[in-house]
Design a protein around this ligand. Sequence first.
Ligand code: GSH
Length: 313
Amino acid sequence: MLRYVTDKKQLLLQNPAVKMKFQAVTLKVRQRSSRCPLKIVESKAKYRLIDLPEEHYQKANKVVDIDGVFGEDGDRKEDNNEDIPEDYKRIKHSALAILQWVYGPPLSTAVSRVLATLLEKDVPFQIIPVDMSKGEHKKPDYLKIQPFGQVPAFQDESISLFESRSICRYVCEKYADKGNKGLYGTNPLEKASIDQWVEAEGQSFGPPSGALVFQLAFAPRMNIPQDQGAIKQNEEKLQKVLDIYERRLGESRFLAGDEFTFADLSHLPNGDYLVNATDKGHLFTSRENVGRWWNEISDRESWKKVVEMRKSS
Ligand SMILES: N[C@@H](CCC(=O)N[C@@H](CS)C(=O)NCC(=O)O)C(=O)O
């Protein structure tokens, strides 16, 4: 087993939350398999757990240098020490190069919105588990990066953010030239057209669909009694919203025009639970245009990956 110590000087980080993440980081790593060669099994900075698929190493976009490689005995070994396999040197550099962290479980609708955006933009990321069943999202350390005690939170080398839609917009702007380049439009008019539907999602579609998902999919699993009044009321509200969507989607293939954008993506998390985990899927499928739109957007590779991540989390 080897232990790597990061060079704090290299960590360039202005943001205190990110800086904190790397203070006195002592990472124990071990060789795992050729597909996923390294797993950090212990770390003094408690939320460092890196377990990345091979594709992420290749896509790594930043290099954080490491100032030493240490043996099990704590003795420093030089990088050119022949005891250290070539592979370790290569991998340790790229493994730490992933500087986009999403805090929270893929099962969360707001987290999965961010994951779908990162996948559409082909931006490598790492999920940092937040065990909500143990109340980790309400602990003081976590509240420093998400003051409302919710998931997701997001960090990169320069910023710490919360609110899923803001995180998505930031990722789209920062990586405008990567992956799906039109996801958040390419000019002010396109962005405004997308934003109006993202607002509609957040303000009009989100509350009733979220309430139905909670009542019908999550409350039974959490042994919380269902509120039939809330179910009826929110179904009625959602019907009215979807009637407007039906008209809009009769005019254009997607919400903001002829291309799939963040406006459509933002509906996937609640829509997916509603269609696949409740008996209210007909609200979508019985509407011709909404049904057609739903089939198309839920078939995106990015979303299918998020669904897989949900299943394996
Ligand atoms: N508007 C926020 C909503 C975040 C949110 O409601 N997260 C839920 C999980 S989907 C959560 O953390 N719930 C726990 C709580 O509120 O205590 C966003 O989009 O990021």
